[in-house]
Design a protein around this ligand. Structure first.
Ligand SMILES: [Zn+2]
Length: 271
């Protein structure tokens, strides 16, 4: 039904720069934190999990030998995403930060705002159409939101990364309302890897069919909200999409050379 790429799994590959693009979905319980390694040793962090996961995110990044982040993205000001970022900002040299809201917004936690101010890190809100990185082979672009409103999940910053033939869609906590908007706006959504919206909560079948991913990554931990929803898991299964979950596998690690996608997740990390 879908043009399937061969997905290889390697059980023991040493960390560090052997692939042009690597994506690490850290295990931060119910929350989200994703490190993206781009060519030329550039690194982007999307979100930092709850405040109590900040130290773990810092350790995970350091363990990968990273000392400087080219870009940190704060997708929206909910604590399971923005909470750990102050700790990250305090521990690394960060070139710039893009957030969902202006730095003057009351919605942003004080620790986050003061880290940015204390270290004089350039900050601005990110909106649809903004190119974060662009070269002949690679583009990283904000596809959502066009503007923010009081619905913070659906105001999340969404990012599409394309390297040669392989693409990733990072959707933060967008939900059916934003999915519908994106479909109506005719935004290009196709991606080999979809970071499932909002920890595997509700999603539209039409949206998933438009993305047509081979892999859906769900960033989730124990939670009282019932995530991921059984009907969402069933939808992915029906469409033949492989599900990778941080609560079952720990940190999920994917890599690509732009033609092939590798799943380098260590299957032994979590029982
Ligand atoms: Zn969330």
């Amino acid at each position: 039904m879908f043009p399937l790429l061969l997905i290889f799994t390697f059980f023991s590959i040493l960390a560090g720069g052997s692939f042009p693009v690597e994506v690490f979905f850290f295990d931060v319980g119910y929350g989200e934190s994703i490190l993206i390694r781009l060519p030329e040793d550039r690194h982007v962090l999307i979100d930092g999990g709850y405040p109590e996961y900040g130290a773990r995110v810092v350790d995970e990044i350091k363990r990968l030998g990273v000392t400087r982040l080219d870009l940190v993205v704060s997708t929206h000001p909910h604590p399971d995403h923005i909470g750990g970022l102050a700790e990250v900002l305090n521990n690394f040299k960060v070139d710039r930060v893009i957030g969902s809201h202006p730095l003057t917004s009351d919605l942003l936690p004080e620790a986050f705002v003061s880290s940015i101010k204390n270290k004089n890190i350039p900050y601005k809100p990110g909106r649809r159409g903004e190119k974060l990185f662009e070269s002949d082979e690679l583009s990283m672009e904000i596809f959502h939101p066009a503007q923010v409103d009081e619905d913070l999940n659906n105001s999340s910053i969404g990012i599409r990364l394309k390297f040669k033939n392989i693409s990733f869609l990072f959707t933060a906590d967008i939900s059916p309302r934003a999915e519908k908007e994106l479909l109506l706006a005719g935004i290009p959504l196709q991606a080999n890897v979809l970071k499932a919206g909002h920890h595997g909560h509700a999603t539209l079948r039409e949206f998933i069919e438009a993305v047509r991913p081979e892999i859906a990554v769900i960033s989730v931990g124990e939670n009282p909200y019932g995530a991921p929803l059984p009907e969402t898991l069933e939808l992915y299964q029906q469409l033949g999409i492989k599900i990778l979950r941080t609560d079952q596998m720990g940190t999920i690690r994917l890599a690509t050379d732009g033609l092939t996608l590798w799943n380098l997740t260590n299957p032994n990390k979590k029982p």
